[in-house]
Design a protein around this ligand. Structure first.
Ligand code: GUN
Length: 290
């Protein structure tokens, strides 16, 4: 069997189109463009690429956007002051602090993320939004896992009643992914580095979401015939002297067994930015009382 390949591009285009339509409604109704501020501290090359792509997406949808570039040696106080300024800026409806923070600020990550007003927290990382998601209230939810749910729905992959196995328990992907799947009535198992008999568990999954951060961690023998395999991994590896992006799934092997599978690159990564646009518009609508 050869899997149906779920390309992120077509799903991302649909999510962005919907966000554009809603942003245009906000502009017509209120005369205000939804606005996003992205803060990047230091010069991590991968983060710079992500931030550039976020700005490009804002331009594409004619959203207001602000990019705040702060030097590596920025203090905790300076970063907090910048967040406070953006919290009070009426043109800015969404605030995102690009992670990871430089080493000197990493220990303040929780405080930094908590400082963003929950209604402007387009990453869905604030404890208030994490809590709302976990009790099933409508709120801003993390972009990557929410994008995965939207893709599964658009691809008509049944979540209700499915056994979904999430590999990875990060705050950015694994935990919110598990909560979102649970909300859609999946039976959810969360696996991680201490899980025993991982293969036995994944082989019972109708949906596998791999968010481990290890290249080609999920192999064909871990996948049930016809299962859906979602690869959230982005690993930079050297292949024959060249830098290459590979996912957490051994795509060539797993696609022989799976019913549907996402590629890396070209899969889930594109959904993240599309969902960020969606969340920015949703945040603006909430703040403007629409
Ligand atoms: N770094 C990697 N993924 C993310 C994300 O979803 N949001 C933020 N703010 N930083 C990230």
């Amino acid at each position: 069997m050869s899997a149906k390949i779920l390309y992120g591009k077509e799903f991302a285009a649909r999510i962005k189109e919907e966000a554009r339509r809603e942003a245009d409604e906000v502009k017509r109704g209120k005369g205000i463009a939804p606005g996003l501020a992205v803060i990047i501290v230091g010069s991590d090359p991968a983060s710079e690429v992500y931030v550039r792509n976020k700005q490009k997406a804002c331009d594409e949808l004619a959203l207001y956007s602000v990019k705040v570039e702060l030097p590596e040696e920025t203090s905790r106080e300076e970063l907090i002051a910048k967040i406070d300024e953006l919290n009070d800026d009426e043109k800015v409806h969404g605030i995102l602090v690009q992670l990871p923070l430089p080493r000197s600020l990493a220990k303040h990550e929780a405080e930094v993320l908590n400082r963003i007003r929950p209604e402007k927290d387009v990453d869905g990382f604030h404890p208030m939004n994490v809590g709302r998601l976990s009790i099933g209230e409508r709120t801003l939810t993390p972009c990557t896992p929410t994008g995965v749910i939207r893709m599964l729905e658009m691809a008509n992959i049944k979540i209700d009643g499915a056994h979904a196995v999430v590999i990875g328990r990060s705050n950015i992907v694994g935990k919110p992914m598990a909560n979102l799947l649970l909300q859609k009535n999946a039976t959810v198992t969360v696996c991680h580095s201490h899980t025993k008999n991982l293969k036995e568990i994944t082989r019972t999954a109708d949906i596998i979401v791999a968010a481990v951060g290890h290249p080609k961690f999920v192999t064909a023998d871990m996948v049930k015939d016809g299962a859906t395999v979602i690869d959230v991994g982005i690993n930079r590896v050297m292949v024959g002297g060249e830098r290459k992006l590979v996912g957490d799934v051994d795509f060539d092997g797993a696609s022989e067994v799976a019913g549907a599978i996402t590629p890396v690159p070209g899969g889930v990564g594109l959904l993240t930015i599309a969902m960020l646009m969606h969340n920015t518009v949703a945040a603006a609508k909430m703040q403007l009382g629409i």
